[in-house]
Design a binder for this molecule. Sequence first.
Ligand SMILES: C[C@](O)(CO)[C@H](O)COP(=O)(O)OP(=O)(O)OC[C@H]1O[C@@H](n2ccc(N)nc2=O)[C@H](O)[C@@H]1O
Ligand SMILES: Nc1ncnc2c1ncn2[C@@H]1O[C@H](COP(=O)(O)OP(=O)(O)OP(=O)(O)O)[C@@H](O)[C@H]1O
Length: 322
Amino acid sequence: MLAVVPPPVTVRVPAKVNLHLSVGDAREDGYHELTTIFQALSLTDEVTVAVSEEPGVEVHGEGEKSVPTGPENLAWRAVCALAEYAERPADADGIRVVLRKGIPVAGGMAGGSADAAATLLGLSTLWRLDLARDELAGIAATLGSDVPFALYGGTALGTGRGEQLVPVLSRHTFHWVLAFDQRGLSTPKVFGELDRLREAGDPPRVGSHAPVVEALASGDPRQLALLLGNDLQAAAVSLRPGLRRTLRAGVNAGALAGTVSGSGPTCAFLCTGAESALEVAAELSGAGVCRTVRVAHGPVPGARLVGGDDTPRPTSPPQVHA
Ligand SMILES: C[C@](O)(CO)[C@H](O)COP(=O)(O)OP(=O)(O)OC[C@H]1O[C@@H](n2ccc(N)nc2=O)[C@H](O)[C@@H]1O
Ligand SMILES: Nc1ncnc2c1ncn2[C@@H]1O[C@H](COP(=O)(O)OP(=O)(O)OP(=O)(O)O)[C@@H](O)[C@H]1O
């Protein structure tokens, strides 16, 4: 019997930065209640899913050696979750996922979550499941707190453990410089360090997110810069004291302000415009405080098929396997 093999599907998916991250107390399930404002950035991963006789995960690019390729890879967990949802459990075995990473691994920019979101979109397209993004977001939330946001992108307010999203109006493109650190930081360890710091004293807490929403609507980067804040920053700096120097160096290089992104250790610097971001990036590169410097802008859309909007790419002639 002849079986038509669908052509591979490629999805581009953005990193996130948290413009505001307020962390509440630890819940009984081990998660912390969050109020956060996410922005999706032009720093991306590309994920290709294909039917293959060699199933599994392959990783290229940024941090490739530190990404697991076994069942613990978040993209593979997305394959399994979608197969189960669609009641096609045996099909997961015939899928290969190729990750081309631009997002730093364990960098606080939700790289693994982005790959999981891209895999959900890519595979649902490959399998022609015709699922709405909201339906995919339900599956995404079971994979990690940051996964739903990577599907939607843009700028959004996240509550709960970060998975409940409402879009936020952001009428301006903001320009960022990102400083990648030598090594990643473990997200649970950073939350744990914050709990420890809070038991030992009273580290400062960010205020309300409302002024950040207003600054985003105004589109003024100077107004937004004054309001960037992250409750996890003290914990990330406590675990990686060198970040203090990185944060200072970005501002000395001409950024309006800097913040640790999510659980870190990537530092994100807001700049007045595209040109200024390039200047800040050049100067920060020379300061010797980080491994790599990138420029990016946001907001950008969430996971998108490459070569189309949300419709499958014009197909190459289908391969036919006997
Ligand atoms: C720090 C952020 O990136 C901010 O956007 C996210 O809160 C982290 O999201 P994530 O990496 O998708 O996190 P998950 O995979 O859901 O959780 C990893 C671990 O981080 C801790 N965690 C995560 C989210 C949250 N609201 N509270 C937590 O305490 C928990 O120890 C959890 O076991
Ligand atoms: N597809 C993946 N890409 C990167 N890391 C992955 C992936 N799948 C599993 N991992 C594991 O997850 C860990 C966290 O990686 P990730 O890049 O998602 O961190 P992060 O950006 O700090 O996450 P977040 O910002 O959501 O807290 C890595 O150290 C790695 O071992």
